[in-house]
Design a protein around this ligand. Structure first.
Ligand code: GLU
Length: 492
């Protein structure tokens, strides 16, 4: 058995509520748990916390699991995989929670509350008006059996509330945040089981983490306020607390909490925008964790090797999209052309450039396009613009500077030579390859006795309208002989 530094068998979990797609913050929590488990030879569990029946859906669950798989975060145990602690979906474990709720009721550590929504809202408003923290003041705390029966007879269906010890300090020794103290003074007795018998997250989570023998709870700081509520339940049931590590919030560049305003928040949006999973994973790892060395581009096994909670920062992490783009660009450059081609095809299909089935020629063209653009892409979706720039016969100079290039005196000569070269090559567009294009350009500079820039710049503007872009020896075969001739004839 491999154990962590604390001599416990590591079992960690990612426990998403399926109320929407997998978010960046959730993905980071999943990743940190995964890295921690792998580092210590432990088990990583995925559990679905779907007790919020109104907001949970199977569609969201599927999306979350698909995004985890896409990111390459695999789990040893849990939903879809099985394991010794089944079931891993909370709505399939309702009997278990009832048992523990019954224990708390029997020991007087929880009680039935018959207050209606309206009564609770009135209490809330009253406290707000008095400038106090809204909370439950304990109206049903000491109901007699008779009073309970009466309320029951009125048809009221009770919730179960946890009896919060008065003026009690809850102390958490967090592995990231150190000692954190919570005062129960303004907490109020909270609901652990709703009136329909369904437990709330703060209760179900404690039971599951206990029964699934979770050793470390690694999650986002936004859950820190839930932690005292969970710790009180551990203590009341006499259960051993796991260790907690609350990872800092993810902020936008303006240092407000990361939200849609800062760009996409779901993993699938980054997938659709053309980020590579290994790049996103690498970026997520750096949101709050810093590797020991200088190197920031790390593979998943390297992250496992270097990961430790000691290097997880307390300070908020800032989501810097430019850094993600930079990391993605690094991975794009490391990726084989075959894989890049396969990854790019769906983007080209979606843009209507290709149909559902590609011909061998289209596939070869895409491969060449990827070769031409690999060094310039920060995102796969950018390939669409490059491809669109190669479609059609008409080209207009992108700006005045480009237009001026075409006025240079050597231009007619360069174009004449280029056309001659093209016309002498009686081959179709597929067979005009990069070496041929290179040879052609070399020949033109030699024959015209002109410096490279005087040849290449006008040809580039003629063929693309732009001053910058992929190498000419890529553009020429991508346009093909007929494409090049058509563009030259339209422009000059
Ligand atoms: N179900 C909670 C959520 O998705 C999990 C919190 C936890 O990790 O305890 O936010």
């Amino acid at each position: 058995m491999v154990v962590s530094a604390d001599n416990v068998k590591v079992r960690v979990r990612f426990a998403p509520s399926p109320t929407g797609p997998l978010h960046i913050g959730g993905a980071r929590s999943a990743l940190f748990n995964y890295l921690f488990a792998k580092k210590y030879g432990g088990n990583f569990v995925v559990r679905i916390e779907d007790t919020d029946l109104e907001r949970s859906s199977r569609e969201s669950e599927e999306n979350i699991l698909a995004s985890l798989r896409w990111l390459g975060i695999t789990w040893d145990e849990g939903i879809g995989v099985g394991g010794a602690y089944e079931p891993y979906r909370q709505t399939e474990r309702l009997d278990t929670y009832q048992r523990f709720a019954a224990q708390l009721l029997a020991e007087g550590k929880a009680y039935y509350c018959y207050c209606t929504e309206e009564e609770l809202e009135a209490e809330r408003q009253m406290l707000i008006k008095q400038g106090e923290t809204p909370r439950y003041l304990g109206k049903c705390r000491e109901l007699s059996t008779k009073e309970r029966e009466k309320l029951q007879a009125e048809g009221r269906r009770p919730t179960i509330r946890f009896r919060v010890p008065d003026n009690h300090l809850v102390i958490l020794n967090d592995l990231v945040r150190g000692e954190v103290t919570f005062d129960t003074g303004t907490m109020g007795d909270y609901v652990i089981v709703k009136s329909d018998g369904i437990p709330v997250y703060n209760f179900a989570c404690v039971i599951d983490d206990t029964l699934m023998e979770i050793s470390h709870v690694i999650r986002g700081e936004e859950h820190l306020s839930n932690t005292p509520r969970q710790l009180l339940i551990y203590d009341a049931l006499g259960l051993t607390r796991p260790q907690f590590a609350h990872v800092s919030l993810i902020l936008g560049k303006d240092r407000s909490k990361m939200s849609k305003r800062h760009g996409a928040t779901s993993v699938v949006a980054y997938q659709e925008a053309g980020y590579l999973p290994e790049a996103l994973i690498n970026f997520l790892a750096l949101l709050g964790w810093s590797p020991p060395g200088e190197e920031e581009i790390l593979s998943l096994p390297e992250m496992v090797q270097y990961f430790s909670l000691d290097r997880v920062a307390k300070n908020p992490a800032v989501f810097d999209i430019d850094k993600l783009k930079w990391i993605n660009g690094c991975y794009i450059r490391q990726t084989s052309l075959d894989r890049l081609t396969e990854l790019a095809i769906p983007f080209l299909q979606k843009a209507g450039i290709f149909g559902p089935e590609l011909t061998a020629e289209e596939r070869a063209w895409t491969r060449l396009l990827m070769e031409a653009t690999q060094d310039r892409l920060s995102c796969l979706s950018e390939v669409v613009e490059h491809a669109q720039g190669l479609i059609g016969d008409a080209v207009t100079p992108e700006n005045e500077e480009a237009a001026l290039v075409l006025q240079e005196e050597q231009v007619p000569l360069v174009i004449r030579h280029f056309k001659q070269q093209l016309e002498s090559l009686e081959v179709d567009k597929a067979s005009l390859d990069v070496p041929q294009a290179k040879a052609m350009l070399k020949k033109i500079t030699k024959e015209t006795k002109l410096g490279g820039r005087k040849v290449f710049m006008p040809l580039r503007v003629c063929l693309t309208g732009k001053m910058h872009g992929p190498e000419l020896y890529h553009i020429i075969p991508l346009l093909g002989i007929s494409g090049c001739l058509a563009r030259l004839n339209k422009l000059v």
